[in-house]
Design a protein around this ligand. Structure first.
Ligand code: ADP
Ligand code: TRP
Length: 324
C-alpha cells in the first residue's frame, strides 16, 4: 500500500493545511517505501514568479513538515522537481487527457469565469498532479476536500490510459478525514492563504493571538443559547481541544450565558501549547540546513528509483521504448 501526497510551497502552512492534510501525512507514515510526500514546487511555478521566494518557500516547507512530525525514517520526503520522470510522464498523460476534463477543473474554471487570463500551466495542472500520483503506484492520497476533484481527474486519466494500453496504472483513492476536510478561516469561509483569513502554524504568537481575538462571531446577546454545530469559532476550538473539552464547550454553547471572548482566550492558550513542541523542533532544524538538504536528497533518490520502474512500464506499454 502506497500513501502519497504533495503540498505546494506557496507560503507558510496554515491551520487548514495542517489539519486538512499534513496531520494525515504524519498519521499514515509507516515506512520509507510506503509513505511518499513531496513539495510541489513545479505546481507552485504556476503562481510564484520570484526565484528567491520559490527556493526559500520550498526549503521552509521541508522544515515545517519535519518540525510537525514527518519522520524521514518512516516516510520519504522529496522535492517534486528532483524526480525528472514526473515531467516526462506528465506529457505522456497529456496525450490521452481530454480538453473537456480539464475545462471542468475548478482552478481553471474560476479564473476563466472572472475573465482573467490563464496560462497552459494552470490548465494542465491536474495532469501534472495525476503524474505525481501515478508515477509511484500510489493507492491512497491524503488531501483536504478542495483537492478531491483533482484526485477524481487523476482516476479518469489513469482509466483512459489503461483502456488504451492495458492495466498500466494503479487507480488511486483520495483519503479525506471529514471532520477536518474543510477548516474554517477567521471569517467562517474556508481557510486559505488566498482569502487572507488564515492563521499560520508557526505564526508569531502575538500576531496569532490578535487574529484569534478577531475571529468573526455573531452579535447575539450573551445570555442566549448558541448552536455549536454551525459556529466556526467552535469548529476551530474543537481542532485543538480534547473530546471532553469540546463536549464541555458544546454544553456551554447550548446553555448560553457566556461570551465568545472567553472561548477565543481559551483557543489562544490551546493553540499555543498544541504547536509548542513543533515550534521548538523547527528552531532546532533551522540551525541544521545541511541535515534538511540530506533528507531531501535521500528522499529524491528513493522516489527516483520507484519512478524509473513505473515510467519504464508506461513507456513499454505505449511504444515509446522500442521492443523490436
Ligand atoms: P490554500 O488553499 O491555502 O492555497 P493549498 O491549496 O496549498 O492551500 O492546500 C494544501 C493542502 O491543504 C491540500 O491538501 C488542501 O486540500 C489542504 N487544505 C487547504 N486548505 C484547507 C482547509 N481550509 N481545510 C482543510 N484542508 C485544507
Ligand atoms: N494540488 C495540490 C494542492 O494544491 C498539491 C499537489 C500536487 C498534490 N501534486 C499532488 C496533492 C499529488 C496530492 C497528490 O494542494
Amino acid at each position: 500500500m502506497r500513501i502519497l501526497s504533495g503540498i505546494q510551497p506557496t507560503g507558510r502552512f496554515h491551520w487548514g493545511n495542517y489539519f486538512g492534510a499534513i496531520r494525515q501525512y504524519i498519521d499514515l507514515q509507516n515506512g520509507q517505501d510506503s509513505a511518499f510526500y513531496f513539495i510541489a514546487n513545479l505546481h507552485a511555478l504556476t503562481t510564484i514568479r520570484d526565484r528567491e521566494l520559490l527556493a526559500r518557500n520550498t526549503f521552509d516547507a521541508a522544515l515545517d513538515l519535519l518540525a510537525l512530525g514527518l519522520d524521514p525514517d518512516r516516510a520519504t520526503l522529496f522535492v517534486q522537481s528532483d524526480v525528472h520522470a514526473v515531467s516526462e510522464l506528465c506529457w505522456i498523460l497529456m496525450t490521452t487527457t481530454s480538453m473537456g476534463l480539464l475545462e471542468r477543473c475548478h482552478a481553471y474554471k474560476d479564473k476563466k469565469s472572472k475573465g482573467l487570463p490563464a496560462d497552459a500551466g494552470l490548465f494542465t495542472y491536474p495532469v501534472l498532479m495525476a503524474a505525481d500520483i501515478l508515477l509511484y503506484d500510489s493507492n491512497l492520497v491524503p488531501v483536504g476536500e478542495d483537492q478531491k476533484q483533482h484526485v477524481e481527474v487523476c482516476r479518469d486519466i489513469a482509466g483512459s490510459f489503461n483502456s488504451s494500453f492495458g492495466e498500466v496504472f494503479v487507480i488511486p483513492e483520495a483519503y479525506i478525514v471529514q471532520d477536518t476536510a474543510k477548516v474554517p478561516g477567521l471569517d467562517g469561509g474556508k481557510m486559505s492563504k488566498s482569502y487572507g483569513n488564515s492563521i499560520e502554524v508557526f505564526e508569531n504568537l502575538k500576531s496569532q493571538k490578535k487574529k484569534i481575538m478577531g475571529i468573526t462571531t455573531d452579535s447575539r446577546p450573551i445570555e442566549l443559547p448558541k448552536d455549536p454545530e454551525t459556529d466556526h469559532l467552535f469548529h476551530l476550538y474543537s481542532l485543538f481541544a480534547s473530546a471532553e473539552q469540546t463536549q464541555s464547550l458544546a454544553e456551554r454553547y447550548r446553555r448560553g450565558g457566556f461570551g465568545y471572548g472567553e472561548v477565543k482566550k481559551e483557543l489562544v492558550v490551546l493553540a499555543e501549547s498544541y504547536f509548542a513542541e513543533a515550534r521548538k523542533r523547527r528552531e532546532e532544524l533551522a540551525a541544521k540546513p545541511e541535515y534538511v538538504r540530506n533528507v531531501l536528497a535521500d528522499g529524491a533518490k528513493r522516489a527516483t528509483k520507484k519512478a524509473a520502474e513505473v515510467l519504464d512500464r508506461v513507456k513499454k506499454s505505449c511504444g515509446i521504448i522500442i521492443n523490436i
